[in-house]
Write a protein that binds this ligand. Sequence first.
Ligand code: C2O
Length: 566
Amino acid sequence: MWLLVGLLVSSMLPEVAFCMTRYYTFNIVQHNVTRLCHTKGLISVNGKFPGPTLVAREGDRVIVKVVNNVKNNITIHWHGVRQLRSGWADGPAYVTQCPIQTGQNYTYNFTITGQKGTLFWHAHISWMRATVYGPMIILPRRNESYPFRKPHKEVPIVFGEWWNADPEAVISQALQTGASPNISDAYTINGLPGPLYNCSSKDTFKLKVKPGKTYMLRLINAAMNDELFFSIANHSLIIVEADAVYVKPFVTNVVLITPGQTTNVLLKTKPYYPNATFLMAARPYFTGQGTFDNSTVAGFLEYEHPSDHSSNEKKMVFKPSLPPINSTSFVANFTKKFRSLNSPKYTSATVPKTVDKQFFFTVGLGTSPCPENTTCQGPNGTKFAASVNNVSFALPTTALLQAYFFKNSNGVYTTDFPSNPTNPFNYTGTPPNKTHVSNGTRLIVLPFNTSVEVVMQDTSILGAESHPLHLHGFNFFVVGEGSGNYNPKKDPASFNLLDPVERNTFGVPSGGWVAIRFLADNPGVWFMHCHFDVHTSWGLRMAWIVLDGLLASQKLPPPPSDLPKC
Ligand code: C2O
């Protein structure tokens, strides 16, 4: 009888009946981890590195109790989760919440709406995310399938960046001296640097496969400061999803993935047992002028023969070939291949065809003056800084969302963030002599449901460089990109309003521009920043206030009672 009622209810209300609540506890702890013959007290979740994989279905509610057992302050961000009317659970420190202090806890509570694929979670305060991160898998609803054949297996491949030192010491030293932070010592795949580093061959990720099957790799770039090229020797990959939205499938040998991006790829294994092992490898795409970690992380793709006892028999090892370090043209071609699947059955959003508000943002590096009676090690004795429209964004000592919600903005923030550069110049030409940025906590206010277009223009100040810009609270559509200076008269004519890719993170091309559109349908305060943590630390960040709409369903509810206090 109850079974019958259950069946009836579930067939009448499939969306409600199939959804469930997923409970997790994240204990922030410190434990010893050894890589490259170097042991350090690493901060992670539940003593796992990378941290635990969070699994949910579209439509599910996710409740994560985060308990801080370490000396550092912590917050967790669910990178790419739209957080519709749940901005209190978004996580960036001093933006949507005060940090969770030692011995305290906070429960993040949100529902996953209209998203499926791969995202990730990471700490969102200072450089804590260097070690505090893990995959987030959003499966389709129980009664739904993928828009491609169900893979034999699904495997998260998380790229990270390892410092032998404490990453918090690395960034605090850099901010003090004004110099660039020390570069990392290795990249990692699922926490393992692999055989191309000293003292590391036993710390190698191995993907064991069977012939003639399709595997889905959930690629996540959780590295701090580096876009990565990734490839598997003698195998091609089919890209099917980006940032938890399906895309039109396309084949590639090399994937470029920026920090903050996630993408699902299908790997078809060979129909036979090859007598060989295949290296999968990743190394940076780098366009800046400074130093960077130029090393290569590798793992193995191994075909497992059921009767293969001769594992010590020497097998051929094939290595993938990766594009040169600064292959901007490869990146431009590659990023243009991403197109929204654009099928009402699988995608929920469509690109805004008209625009209510237009913004033009310069993004790039700059300097700030050296404080009196100190010496600085940045460019010409100054300190490195970074800005959007020449504003280096200062985080307040309380949370912006709290100040906004309780109408206490006085002394916390202003709402005069420039919509356009105050002093236009030839952004990608000879850089101006004046490199100092201004400082402020300036925001932009958007009425509910504003349709927004933002053109982001890289500058050549202290070197043109690609900047992976990430927007909280929304996905945006990438309607155009190009090299050189954006031309507002000509370039909009070539915008793609048919099937632009929908993402939460996109690289502003080095010495070029990108145009994005989004609908401001989510009330709250939403961070936007470069997902290179070094640039975020230098101020390449800003925030949007999206006002409540008129209906109750368009308003941000009050904060949960355990929201941390500053
Ligand atoms: Cu993945 Cu604001 O961050």
